[in-house]
Each structure stands twice: as C-alpha cells, then as structure tokens.
Write a protein that binds this ligand. Structure first.
Ligand SMILES: [Zn+2]
Length: 199
C-alpha cells in the first residue's frame, strides 16, 4: 500500500511518467488495474465512492494499492472525520459526544479512541520526531494535559512540516498529513512500529 494524493488524474499522470516508486524496492511503479470499489463516509456523513488504483513494481513485481491520502487503511471514514473525533477527545470529550454530529455510530468512535489512546505515546513520539526533523527551528508543542491531547498536538505541529515534505499534497489538511505521514496506518495494528524507530 502506498499513500498518494487525492486527485486520480494527478495519480495517473505520475504513474504514466514513472514518478511513483515502489515502497519495497524503490523501483518504478506502473498501473495495474484497480482495487475493489469502496465507499468512505466523509464530513457530514457524505458518501465518497472510491476505486483505488493498483500499481505493480517493474523491478520486484509486487503490486500495491494506491490509497488516497484522505483515507486510512481498513477504515470506512475519512481521515478528516476520524481526526475531528480525535480532536474532540483531546479536548476531553467522551466517545458519545465526540460521535455526536459526525454521523458515525458511537461504538465506532469508541473503537477509534480506544485504539488511539493505547498508542498515544508512540504516536506523539513519531510526530514529534517528524516535526523535529523538519526544520532548523521547529516549534515543539507544549504539554497538552493528557496523552491523547499530547499526541493530537504533535500531529498538528507536524502537519506543516509534512506539507513541505510531500509537496504533491498541496495544501495538506492536518489529518490528511497525518494519514500521509503514517502511510495510511494511523489506526492500523502495529503502527508506529515500536514508536521509537522514527528516524
Ligand atoms: Zn519493487
């Protein structure tokens, strides 16, 4: 899996130009059909139909799904919607009030918050390292009062750094940046690996 920009036209142009690299071996990726169509719930419960492009590496021949940056692996909601819930939790909201107004079942939001809370320290370390690596004089976020709030503050702090690092994202939204930086794995099992090897 590889995180790419939201615009399918731009992804096609870069595939055709050989500008996308294999995450396994850095070989050149070529178009290789499409993955199964799926629907994502965007802001306001709006359904977004998505048929992710697949690509195959010309060197190692491994195929990869090109996941748009607003999506997260194995999640039915966009990174932005999940980010709104995590931001509410960072401000002290419980899962029911974080779910209110999102059009997402409270049990789903509870699952996101639990998963994020379990890895909050590792997520904070990952994004803090990203922020620290980004510029000569990065502004480190102050302690925000809880592990979840600290992690969300680190993500927000790293977002502008990520925009500079993945210029194809254009004006990166905070949670799209978080999706890109995690390779779409923000809430996936095993990410970030150990939480320490972030260089
Ligand atoms: Zn390869």
């Amino acid at each position: 899996m590889l995180t790419v920009e939201a615009s399918p036209g731009s992804v096609e142009r870069r595939l055709a130009a050989g500008e996308l690299s294999c995450p396994c071996c850095a070989g050149t990726l070529a178009g290789w059909g499409h993955a199964r169509e799926r629907s994502l719930r965007g802001p306001g419960g709006k359904l977004i139909r998505l048929r992710p492009r697949r690509a195959r590496c010309r060197s190692c021949r491994v195929t990869h799904v090109l996941l748009a940056v607003f999506a997260l692996a194995r999640r039915a909601d966009t990174a932005e919607v999940i980010g709104v819930a995590l931001t509410a939790a960072a401000r002290g909201a419980g899962f029911r009030s974080a779910a209110a107004g999102l059009g997402v079942p409270a049990s789903t939001v509870r699952g996101w918050l639990r998963r994020f809370a379990r890895r909050a320290g590792a997520v904070r370390a990952f994004f803090t390292a990203l922020l620290a690596a980004a510029g000569p004089d990065p502004v480190m976020p102050a302690a925000a009062g809880s592990p979840v709030a600290d992690a969300v503050a680190a993500i927000a702090g790293a977002a502008s750094a990520v925009a500079a690092r993945w210029p194809q994202l254009g004006e990166a939204l905070v949670w799209q940046a978080a999706s890109a930086a995690s390779g779409g794995l923000l809430l996936a099992p095993g990410w970030p690996a150990g939480g320490r090897n972030t260089s």
